[in-house]
Ligand binder design. Structure first.
Ligand SMILES: Nc1ncnc2c1ncn2[C@@H]1O[C@H](COP(=O)(O)OP(=O)(O)OP(=O)(O)O)[C@@H](O)[C@H]1O
Length: 720
């Protein structure tokens, strides 16, 4: 039963003692006609307020009772149910707890028409090719030993095999279009470095800048800078320089003044320096020969077309002295990297590339690359109320598996959410329930300490084995960098633990985080490209990996057909109960969070669904008791709804705001209040703040306004 309904039977009486069992003949009298109709429908076992097709969203009596027994302390029985069953009504101002589980739990509509076949042996599609060598591709002898000894990279991947000879020997522009994790970074860095090293002309940091690499995110720029810094350890006289927003411009200027051979950065900051810093123009003048645009589709999606046009214009305004380094190309070579060749990126190609060669690692030259073959995709159709507890179940099962392994290896999981506020909520919900944690970086990395039992499996383990991270664009650049650094590197504090990072799409593009074994998309991506990039954080360079996508029952299930072409190896369709919740909650008892204050000894349940409910009620109770956490949950919920309205128009049929059951979704943010009530409370607050009332909007313009606002926020999310 939805919280939305709890007020509607206030003045209604029924003529039967047990109307549920005699639903067909129930007589309802009194109250408004609408209320009577609703009541009658309910007595007949129908839901007058069907928001989505799946029958699973209608709660049962059984579960309301079950819920009651799971949390007697609050004694909050839905009023409608109480009235129907002639039980005493709870006080009007008391909140209603809607039950977590529903009567019919089977998701009947979920059919797997793209089953993953366990019996087929799959070869990794982005792995190094054992029969090839970098030497044969023409990579400089100066780099080869360093590559194999220091970086442990001995064989090229398919995309490297195709692009390196092209850039080493030819002077064409190239468009690199390849799967995630296929080694695109080295596919352009190695040949550029080779051309400079093989000039046989002595160069140093004062010789000028030879290549500029532009990326959409600061994290990606920092990562490419690190790879370049590692590569140039074998030729320390060559120096890269990083120019990204969020850093002090003054120190960047000082670095530029010392001289550099490669500039790596984000578009806004690079343009800013080109327009305002004389020394960068001096560095680029005469020497610039390569302009690389990485993640071209994202650059366009985020509206950098104008910025890049201006950068290109300014670069072409600089004089080029081809006599100075005559072994280098006699013009600026453009390299464009992208996982897709659809839409905006073609425009960027027209803008930046001339007479280019397409380097595609796929067998077929499709517009979008598929996911790596060795990646095992899983999909779970999860009712909106159960999203939080199911996520807990998934994380628990991964930790459980890690704990039961003989050798405790560090395990990394990335959880993608739709917006920063939702990231904040999930980070708080999972990392600080028992307040037994230690922060490792600012307040964006929390190591659970002993006695923190946020997941059921930790109650049995004598050690705490979890570290939680949060990453989104509203954090300062220093915190973002330090958080990623901590997540990626092995340290004493994190060694052998399960590292879980809650993040927005800021972490979806190009980031190469080592040994990520699972990616969980709790909120579906805003575009199918984002789906490929998010799950591409695992299964990199031939290594295996898993990803799990949560979809809501109903319209969202149609998304499976939509993404099918990108998953040639199929997927496994999980049942949220049998495959996730039951294994997570069945063998351990979850204590009620208020059990300490209770005089009675805690009666622990061995039923998995009882445990799952208790787990959820603990989080709900915290929301009730802790105003700061409640604010966090409300913000997370409202921002999530706003973000939901921004799905691409061609994907709106799967992600239609109107089909969302807002009340049930609120439950997954541990909120017991109805969204309507929340809205009214907020509206009341606003009355004092705003003297002018917003003119009445129709649904369409409201949705558009929300979408525009969220798009604006999502761009600032990346802080370019
Ligand atoms: N030839 C190789 N052999 C082994 N590992 C490699 C090779 N080339 C690259 N790698 C490793 O593979 C990982 C992925 O590389 P990279 O980040 O360049 O992939 P990408 O194609 O740019 O991925 P994305 O599309 O996600 O940005 C890195 O850790 C890199 O060190």
């Amino acid at each position: 039963m939805s919280e939305d309904d709890d007020m509607m039977l206030m003045n209604i009486s029924t003529s039967v003692d047990n109307p549920i069992s005699q639903s067909g003949s129930a007589k309802v009298s009194g109250g408004r006609w609408k209320d009577r109709r609703k009541a009658k429908m309910m007595l007949q076992g129908k839901n007058s307020h069907v928001k989505r097709k799946a029958s699973t969203l209608i709660d049962s009596n059984k579960n309301t009772d079950f819920n009651e027994s799971a949390d007697n302390s609050t004694n909050e029985m839905p009023r409608k149910q109480a009235k129907i069953q002639n039980r005493p009504l709870p006080p009007v101002n008391q909140q209603v707890i809607s039950s977590l589980f529903t009567a019919s739990r089977e998701i009947s509509t979920a059919v797997n028409n793209n089953e993953h076949d366990d019996n087929i042996e799959i070869n990794p599609s982005n792995a190094p090719l054992l029969q090839d060598s970098f030497e044969a591709l023409g990579v400089s002898e100066t780099i080869l030993p360093h590559l194999s000894e220091k970086m442990k990279i001995t064989k090229p991947t398919r995309v490297q095999k195709l692009s390196i000879p092209n850039l080493v020997a030819g002077d064409n522009d190239i468009f690199i279009h390849a799967q995630t994790g296929s080694g695109k970074t080295l596919a352009f860095l190695l040949p550029i470095l080779t051309r400079i090293l093989d000039m046989k002309t002595r160069v140093d940091r004062q010789s000028g800048c030879f290549a500029m690499i532009i990326t959409p995110t600061r994290e990606l720029a920092s990562q490419i800078y690190s790879v370049m810094a590692l590569l140039t350890q074998c030729c320390h006289y060559l120096v890269p320089c990083l120019l990204i927003g969020g850093e002090r411009k003054k120190s960047e200027k000082a670095r530029l003044r010392k001289g550099c051979n490669f500039i790596i950065g984000t578009p806004g900051r690079i343009l800013d320096h080109l327009q305002n810093t004389k020394v960068i123009r001096e560095q680029l003048c005469s020497t610039l020969r390569y302009l690389v645009l990485d993640e071209g589709d994202k650059l366009m999606e985020l509206g950098f077309e104008q910025t890049i046009t201006e950068i290109i214009k300014l670069l072409y305004d600089l004089p080029l002295d081809t006599s100075k380094f005559s072994n280098l190309p006699d013009r600026i070579i453009h390299v464009l990297c992208s996982a897709t060749r659809k839409g905006g990126v073609n425009k960027l190609g027209n803008l930046a590339l001339h007479d280019y060669k397409l380097i595609s690692s796929g067998q077929k030259q499709e517009e979008m690359s598929t996911v790596p073959d060795q990646l095992l995709q899983k999909i779970a159709i999860v009712p909106p109320k159960l999203r939080l507890v199911t996520l807990a179940g998934v994380l628990n099962n991964i930790t459980q598996k890690q704990l039961s392994a003989e050798k405790m290896a560090t395990v990394r999981t990335i959880v993608f959410l739709s917006c920063s506020d939702s990231v904040d909520f999930h980070y708080e919900a999972f990392s600080s329930t028992d307040a037994n944690y230690r922060t490792l970086v600012g307040d964006s990395v929390r190591l659970l300490t002993k006695d923190n039992h946020i997941l059921p499996c930790l109650q049995k383990a004598d050690r705490s084995e979890l570290v939680f991270y949060k990453l989104h664009g509203s954090l300062s650049q220093q915190i973002r960098t330090a958080t990623l650094q901590n997540f990626s590197t092995e340290s004493e504090a994190t060694k052998g633990k399960h590292l879980v990072m809650f993040c927005t799409d800021v972490a979806s593009r190009g980031l190469d985080l080592p040994h990520v074994s699972t990616v969980i998309e709790v909120d579906p991506p805003f575009a199918v490209e984002d789906h490929l990039h998010r799950i591409g954080r695992t299964a990199r360079a031939g290594v295996s990996g898993e990803s799990l996508l949560f979809l809501l029952p109903g319209e969202e299930e149609g998304y499976m057909d939509y993404i099918k072409p990108y998953h040639p190896q199929g997927w496994k369709l999980l049942k949220y109960e049998q495959d996730i919740l039951k294994p997570a909650f069945q063998d351990s008892s979850v204590k009620k969070s208020d059990s300490k204050s209770s005089s009675k000894p805690d009666k622990l349940s061995t039923e998995w669904d009882n445990n799952a409910t208790t787990w959820h009620l603990n989080i709900e109770r915290r929301v009730l008791e802790d105003q700061a956490f409640k604010d966090c949950a409300m913000k997370g919920y409202t921002s999530h709804i706003r973000a939901y309205a921004t799905h691409l128009s061609q994907e709106k049929k799967f992600f239609n705001l109107k089909c969302l059951h807002l009340g049930h979704l609120a439950k997954s943010f541990a909120l017991r209040e109805r969204p309507k009530a929340m809205g009214n409370a907020n509206a009341k607050k606003r009355v004092g703040e705003e003297t002018q009332k917003r003119p009445k909007e129709d649904a369409k313009s409201k949705m558009l306004r929300m979408a525009r606002q969220t798009l604006k926020e999502s761009v600032s999310e990346f802080n370019y």
